[in-house]
Design a protein around this ligand. Sequence first.
Ligand code: NDP
Ligand code: 8X3
Length: 253
Amino acid sequence: MASTVFITGATSGFGEACARRFAAAGWSLVLTGRREERLQALASELAQQVEVLPLVLDVRDRAAMERAIDGLPAGFEKLTGLINNAGLALGTDPAPKCDLDDWETMVDTNVKGLIYATRLLLPRLIAHGRGASIVNLGSVAGNYPYPGSHVYGASKAFVGQFSLNLRCDLQGTGVRVTNLEPGLCESEFSLVRFGGDQSKYDATYAGAEPVQPQDIADTIFWIMNQPAHININRLEVMPVSQSWAGFAIERNR
Ligand code: NDP
Ligand code: 8X3
């Protein structure tokens, strides 16, 4: 039986790049996302190479997640990998100007969607045992504060701590957990964050040589293909062009 990876959010960016990377190595795929047309197109393309199961799913919908995962067909009782990738940031306005609905969407997707997928798929990862892996998409935003990060960064800090805590509870099962913490990466992420504003998207990446989805897919493939006795706990990846600025100080003059 080929290794099998379950990828949330496979319709663009990191998720799509992971689908292609793992397919190239012969892994079977379970691919999820909300945009059905894109999902089906990717699944049909990769089905020329490997077994692919597309699931049109909104990770925020707990009942739908339960139905879909309970209903996985024979052959998917054991999972080698889970890539908890579906996620988003909405806006960069300062907190007092933010829409509470946007904050709720980020929590529902980045926190609740991720814990639904994890809890529902854990039995299948544990059934695989030694060598199985969960890679969660955290972010540098979970490590460092910056203006306009508010709930997005906080949701990724949750992902980081959840990943470490999971490791404790999975001791003895052989299942590994990694929090992958990328910095500036070029993908639709910034179009989503800026409400489809192409000029803000362009400005975000201009001249910065950002990390590409393919780079992240290669990194995840490397993490999941470490020898079975190795766990990469957390891994922060930035483009060389990105570093840190100083503290902000308001002065009375
Ligand atoms: P993209 O916007 O390119 O991809 C996001 C994916 O998540 C899409 O496939 C989207 O599919 C899916 N998704 C979003 N909401 C839902 C939902 N409710 N249910 C199911 N799927 C959903 O972004 P990236 O590939 O760049 O981001 C992937 C992950 O990496 C995210 O968690 C992001 O926070 C994180 N990250 C991104 C960084 C970056 O700079 N790009 C840096 C650090 C972390 P669909 O819309 O079809 O549902
Ligand atoms: C995305 C990276 O720096 O835009 O998680 O927050 S950043």
